[in-house]
Ligand binder design. Structure first.
Ligand code: ADP
Length: 443
């Protein structure tokens, strides 16, 4: 399908959203993770340094016996599971010697490290993260070395301290992984929703275009039917003049042909009028002048108008005596005439023998005008789409009956505009009852 500018904008907008939303979600996640790691490292450093400060005090400000230092270290190590290593070094001939440690294998080991020497010489503690995040991603350890001094301020040893926060680190990492998994699912759901949303937008655009096409179709029907009315009236006029003999004598065969042309012209005229009414009702251009109307009087007129048609089929057409003095209905007299006329011509068309009867009933401040016939009726299945535009029941009984499928739709729309409705009951081969229910005027 060719892309309209509107569709192109919509398409670009969708693509931007589809790309942007995941980028924003994941950028935010990775930024959060990065900040979290920084905070974690700062906390590890702080904990290591605070513990170191406490330990340098706790291990005594005086140089003591290695055994006593070892006892103290063992005691302290028990208090905090994160204390991975506490070692006290004393300067030896070359480098330093571990004299006490919570790691038994470390005791008595001679250590020669420039790092220790630096701390010893400069008397300044150091700090380092001793795990490589790339190689041991699940471990987080901090190490510090500081000088131990006696109360006189004389340095006598070094304290090496390692703090291990790997367990907290692993928990944080696992939480991050869970969050990432949830984010991936949420992003997929959002993308699905977006795709669905764009489908709905597509439908909305198509719907609008369809409406436009529908409107131009209505416009076309309205103009075309209007333009057809005048030539049709002229054709009818000339045909009637010829049939009346006003234009000269015509033989029987020609008269018969002319009569057929006139009858077809009349059918065409009805079709054009109905099409015009449909477009007027669709576009709400049909005027309704609601006023008190005597429905029985209108029914009387219609009976006269269709009398000839009914007589041709030998149908008896009568009005039942109303149960009470009928109140007036609140309606447009011409439209009320049109709606009842449609129901009556249908009753005549679809009845081969018997009668057509008009009945009146009052219920709930409304008047029910019923046109009852003894015609072909219809099945329940056939009657379901009865009030749709252009719908006609197709079977062998209706095959030869001309019609447009617009009469009932027009009658229903007219009833609606006059705050009323049309109901019906029908039985195949028994007959139908179509009722127009209208509000009565207030006393
Ligand atoms: P049409 O011009 O075909 O009569 P309508 O809209 O007036 O169009 O009616 C729709 C269809 O309903 C008709 O084709 C017919 O099959 C059915 N119908 C309407 N009135 C009656 C009736 N009184 N008895 C039986 N069938 C009817």
């Amino acid at each position: 399908m060719e892309k309209t500018p509107e569709r192109k904008i919509q398409f670009t907008y969708s693509i931007i959203l589809i790309i942007l939303i995941p980028i924003l979600i994941f950028a935010n996640f990775f930024w959060q993770t990065f900040t979290q790691r920084k905070i974690f490292n700062a906390e590890l450093r702080q904990k290591t340094e605070t513990t170191r400060n406490i330990l340098t005090g706790a291990l005594g400000s005086a140089e003591t016996d290695s055994k006593i230092i070892q006892e103290k270290i063992d005691q302290i190590a028990k208090t905090d599971g994160h204390l991975k290593e506490i070692t006290v070094l004393k300067p030896a001939k070359s480098g330093f010697l571990a004299v006490a440690s919570n790691r038994p294998e470390g005791i008595g080991v001679a250590l020669e490290s420039s790092q220790n020497t630096n701390v010893w010489v400069n008397q300044k503690s150091d700090f380092a993260f001793i795990t490589d995040t790339a190689q041991t991603p699940t471990q987080r350890l901090g190490q510090t070395t500081s000088v131990l001094k006696d109360s006189a301020g004389k340095k006598w040893g070094l304290l090496v301290l390692k703090i291990d926060l790997s367990d907290i680190w692993r928990q944080t990492e696992s939480n991050s992984k869970q969050t990432l998994a949830i984010l991936i699912v949420i992003t997929l759901l959002i993308l699905l929703l977006l795709i669905n949303h764009f489908r709905f937008v597509e439908y909305a655009i198509s719907y609008r275009r369809l409406k436009e096409v529908d409107e131009s179709k209505d416009e076309f029907i309205s103009v075309a039917s209007h333009e057809l009315k005048t030539p049709l009236a002229a054709i009818r006029g000339y045909l009637e003049m010829m049939l009346e003999g006003l234009t000269g004598k015509i033989d029987l065969v020609a008269r018969d042909h002319l009569a057929k042309i006139l009858s077809n012209t009349q059918r065409l005229d009805i079709l054009v009028s109905e099409l015009l009414d449909v477009s007027r009702l669709d576009q709400e251009r049909m005027p309704f002048d609601l006023q008190p109307v005597d429905a029985a009087k209108i029914v009387g007129q219609i009976i006269k108008e269709v009398g000839e048609e009914a007589a041709k089929k030998k149908l008896k057409i009568t009005q039942e005596k109303p149960p009470q003095v009928l109140p007036q209905v609140f309606a447009d007299p011409d439209r009320l005439h049109q709606a009842i006329h449609n129901l009556t011509t249908n009753a005549i068309k679809y009845t081969n023998r018997g009668s057509i009867t008009f009945k009146y009933q009052m219920a709930d401040k409304k008047l029910k005008i019923t046109v009852k016939d003894t015609g072909i009726g219809m099945s329940e299945a056939d009657s379901r789409r009865l009030f749709e535009k252009f719908y006609r029941i197709k079977n062998e009984k209706t095959a030869d009956i001309p019609g447009t499928g617009l009469g009932l739709w027009i009658a229903k729309e007219i009833a609606k505009r006059m705050n009323g409705e049309i109901t019906f009951t029908s039985k195949e081969n028994v007959g139908s009852e179509f009722s127009l229910i209208l509000p009565i005027i207030k006393e």
